[in-house]
Ligand binder design. Structure first.
Ligand code: ADQ
Length: 469
């Protein structure tokens, strides 16, 4: 029987509880792993003095996880370095923040080789391998070098940058060439897929062949697909109806004392457009003094990647900006921005979303953005709030009924906030309903099924044989 081997930088073992503390991706992957009796392999998040490749196997709630510890130098060069200081900014169009250092590139390559060596003995001939995200781009090529003939798929969770931006990366050609070791590559949107195809065909001379997104290069053939990730819609709707969510909803409504709440929920990351969002909101306050005390913005932003300097800087910038805006506009009984740096359980978040009249989701660039979908899923069908969504989030392609904005334009943000506040209930419902239908139809299980069906396909056993096992 075919097993699924999922490989990602970090592994999230299922907790077995249904408190909703896990992200949708972890839930979907855990479901797939149960179905295929698979293994989830990745970095434990722990440090070790010397890399030994010793695997720690655990079984939890029907899923086997296999993790390895990494050395300090690996973490510094591969994770904090190439992944978070080179690829993440570059793939989010921020070449001004991208750091190109050979040491980082070397560390990234070394860790991918280490992962390949470590995971290879776990892979059996009938297994299908699914590698997640930008930390692991060269992993299939490393597995192939070591004789792995299994089917291997890759899914990129972040945007794929335009060809001219990617060309600034010294290792771009090798990195893209290494992707041809996969059998299937998935992106959230056509835009990211087309940018990848553009680079592969124009920079490397790959040939696009046939209607199913097949690309050929140097005798290798890779299929490509756009496959937008969803949320666990059922779970989220349930979370929004839970006692905790109801309690949170009441607390938020009480503390709002009749004012409309605007909510933002994001990891503290420069790609999420938080600074621009604060400035847009400030613009709204200045342009519409009559509305000032009728609203407040709740921004929830738990810190992430604190070891990287740009993340420390954005934190300081936002603290300064929220302080300045509050200082300039606050009154005895009103603070315009509540800025909170914590994570919350999913049922609490669901209650917060439901209490918010506006969901403000304005990344400068985002592979998909699940917060936009969670906000919509948490709404009261009879009286839904309004989603204001960046046109540069992958989610915008699926949610044209949102108020789509240019997150770089403070005026655009200000106009959208006013429009959302004044929007009548019928229009809010008419916009909400098709978004909700899409979210329920194309949920995270649908996403996973689309990808694994394309990767494993019907008659997968025969196909695996053609790879020479
Ligand atoms: P992220 O950049 O992490 O994901 P996103 O898709 O919005 O962005 O997911 C964030 C998740 O974290 C959401 O489920 C959200 O609820 C949760 N979260 C955020 N703040 C929280 C808080 N304070 N407390 C609790 N939970 C919080 C990357 C890509 C995205 C892509 C996803 C999945 O950058 O574009 O959508 O992967 O592919």
């Amino acid at each position: 029987m075919t097993r699924l081997i999922v490989i990602s930088n970090r592994v999230q073992a299922p907790t077995g509880s249904h408190n909703g503390a896990q992200g949708g991706l972890a839930v979907a992957l855990a479901a797939a792993l149960r179905e295929y009796r698979g293994i989830w392999f990745g970095w434990s998040g722990e440090r070790t003095d010397e890399f030994t490749g010793q695997i720690s196997l655990q079984r939890s709630d029907g899923v086997t996880t296999a993790t390895v510890d990494l050395e300090d130098q690996d973490i510094e060069e591969y994770y904090n370095g190439y992944a978070n200081r080179t690829l993440w900014p570059l793939f989010h169009y921020r070449i001004d923040l991208a750091e190109y250092e050979r040491g980082f590139a070397g560390g990234y390559q070394r860790v991918n080789e280490r992962f390949a060596e470590t995971v290879l003995p776990l892979i059996e001939p009938d297994d299908v391998v699914w590698i997640q995200d930008y930390h692991m781009i060269p992993l299939a090529a490393e597995l192939r070098k070591r004789g792995c003939a299994n089917r291997i798929g890759f899914f990129l969770h972040i945007p794929w940058p335009p060809r001219r931006l990617l060309s600034t990366l010294p290792e771009a050609d090798d990195l893209v060439r290494s992707l041809f070791a996969y059998d299937l590559i998935g992106f959230h949107t056509d835009e990211w897929l087309q940018a990848f195809t553009d680079f592969a065909t124009h920079e490397l001379g790959a040939v696009a062949d046939g209607p199913d997104g097949t690309l050929r290069l140097d005798g290798r053939e890779v299929r490509t697909m756009a496959c937008p990730i969803g949320i666990d819609a059922k779970e989220f709707v349930q979370a929004a109806r839970s006692p905790t969510a109801r309690l949170t909803f009441r607390q938020m409504r009480d503390s709002a004392v009749g004012r409309a709440m605007i909510v933002g929920v994001d990891r503290l990351d420069y790609s999420k457009g938080l600074e621009e969002r604060f400035l847009g909101y400030e613009r709204f306050l200045s342009e519409h003094p009559e509305e000032r005390k009728e609203v407040f913005l709740l921004q929830i932003a738990p810190p992430s990647r604190g070891a990287v300097e740009t993340y420390q800087k954005i934190r300081t910038t936002l603290e300064g900006l929220s302080g300045r805006i509050n200082g300039a506009h606050a009154d005895l009984d009103w603070v315009p921005i509540r800025y909170v740096n914590q994570g919350y359980p999913r049922d609490v978040l669901a209650g917060v979303y439901r209490a918010a009249r506006i969901g403000l989701v304005t990344p400068l660039r985002d592979g998909m953005n699940l917060v936009a979908k969670e906000y919509v899923a948490a709404q009261d069908p009879e009286d839904p709030g309004v989603l204001i969504l960046s046109r540069f989030a992958g989610a915008a392609a699926q949610m044209p009924e949102a108020l789509l904005v240019n997150p770089y334009s403070a005026e655009d943000l200000s106009d959208a906030i006013l429009r959302a506040l004044r929007m009548r209930r019928e229009e809010r419902i008419a916009r909400w309903r098709p978004m909700m239908e899409m979210i329920e139809r194309q949920d995270v299980l649908w996403w996973r099924q689309q990808f694994t069906d394309a990767l494993i396909g019907e008659g997968s056993a025969e196909l695996l044989q053609s790879f020479g096992k």
